[in-house]
Ligand binder design. Structure first.
Ligand code: G3I
Length: 384
């Protein structure tokens, strides 16, 4: 599965700079040699006894048959998520219209390369077609009407990829720190939309692994509510198998003890734990940390300091942060099913445009030239 792509390894090293290589001691050369060896093997292979190593990527890579990126994905990852194409608005843009072209390519790529596949996501408040919450006259849809649409969407989609898609993010971002998100789903159907979605997905594919996925999962309020929901689902026999912690984190947040506490709490409930959308932003912020997609801030150059490249000390902090995270993931390897990065290379990360458009962020393992970064080497070195 892990075929090395054509790549001049010395190219990769040249970005570090000839001078620094000349000055490096024997220990550094040894670790470099290890990292180069790891790169030819791939992270998925290095972590194969621990958990899946996944990546999300956009449909454009498949539609353009971007061989360079597809090569990296095949070499480094054994689980794939589609960044946007399985969202309601993409796959069923109106009540009677489905789009399956890029989605079929995604599934074929996964099958051809023997990859674990994740469908993201069946039910979310965001990225839904405008018509979803309206009836034929343009008024707010009735509860019965919306339940019908929910049933049709989940059954059709899960059934289409039955036996191929291994896991689904069944519901995304429905729980807040102090209660249920006041979304159209809750307002129109009530909070039972959630169990309905899980039951439907299970009905359509009884072997699919079903996940509840959310951000800010380190927050105690959220953790407690998710645990309560899991307990309730288990008691009532509603099929739920995993909890996804998105993992959009920064260099100084969250407190990793709290993040770990949530991993432990979900594992203690017998849930498989998935890190579903990992990326580490290095950029400063003056807003509350969030992955709430409706947040939008006006551009400020002071919050975009690394347009000319990442300073060495920040690069080191990034690698250290990834190591801290991976040490926790390895500690919970018995419950940890998968660690998925929300993207492959920095140039393609959503973080460059969220919550402020036009910034230069460095959250992922591969740089803008698609070469592995220090954080890649650091994660690989943990499996020495
Ligand atoms: O496809 C259109 C393109 O035709 C158009 O020209 C362009 C103009 O802005 O927009 C394109 O769509 C964008 C789409 O990404 C594909 O690039 C949308 O505007 C943009 O809003 C959308 O953002 C995605 C976001 O979810 C909302 O769906 C991000 O790529 C994606 O990384 C992000 O992923 C979410 C997870 O699903 C859930 N957890 C949080 C995570 C980050 O927000």
């Amino acid at each position: 599965m892990s075929k090395p792509i054509k790549q001049n390894r010395m190219d990769r090293r040249s970005f570090i700079g000839k001078t620094s290589i000349a000055l490096a001691g024997i220990a550094a050369l040894k670790s470099q040699a290890f990292a180069m060896a790891a790169e030819s093997v791939g992270l998925a292979e290095l972590y194969k006894d621990d958990f899946y190593i996944g990546a999300a990527f956009g449909g454009r890579i498949l539609m353009n048959n971007d061989e360079e990126m597809l090569g990296i994905i095949k070499r480094e990852f054994n689980s794939i998520s589609s960044e946007n194409d399985f969202k309601w608005a993409s796959i069923q843009p109106s009540d009677d219209e489905w789009r399956f072209e890029v989605q079929d390519k995604f599934v074929k790529f996964g099958l051809d390369n023997n990859m674990h596949m994740l469908g993201h996501c069946l039910v979310w408040h965001s990225q839904v077609p405008r018509s979803l919450f309206r009836d034929a006259d343009g008024n707010q849809i009735s509860k019965e009407g919306l339940l019908k649409k929910l049933d049709y969407h989940v059954l059709t989609l899960v059934d289409k990829y039955k036996g191929k898609m291994n896991a689904w993010d069944v519901v995304n971002e429905a729980i807040e720190e102090r209660g249920w998100r006041n979304s159209n789903w809750v307002r129109i159907i009530g909070k039972e939309f959630m169990e309905r979605a899980f039951n439907l997905a299970h009905e359509a594919d009884p072997n699919a692994h079903l996940i509840y996925n959310d951000y800010n999962m380190d927050k105690k309020g959220k953790r407690d509510q998710v645990v309560e929901m899991v307990k309730d689902f288990k008691k009532r026999g509603i099929p739920i198998h995993g909890i996804g912690l998105q993992g959009h984190v920064g260099l100084d947040y969250p407190d990793l003890r709290e993040f770990e506490a949530s991993i432990k709490a979900f594992a203690d409930e017998g849930m498989k734990v998935h890190i579903t959308e990992l990326d580490v932003t290095v950029l400063p912020y003056d807003w509350g940390r969030t992955a709430e997609i409706s947040t939008n801030r006006e551009y400020a150059a002071s919050l975009n300091p690394y347009t000319e490249g990442l300073p060495k000390d920040v690069d080191k902090k990034l690698a250290d942060r990834y190591v801290e995270l991976f040490k926790i993931f390895l500690k919970y390897r018995d419950s940890m099913e998968r660690v998925t990065f929300w993207g492959v290379s920095d140039d393609q990360s959503w973080k460059n445009n969220f919550p402020m458009r036009g910034r230069t962020d460095y959250p992922l393992l591969f740089d803008r030239e698609h070469k592995p970064k220090s954080c890649y080497d650091a994660i690989a070195a943990l499996k020495k």
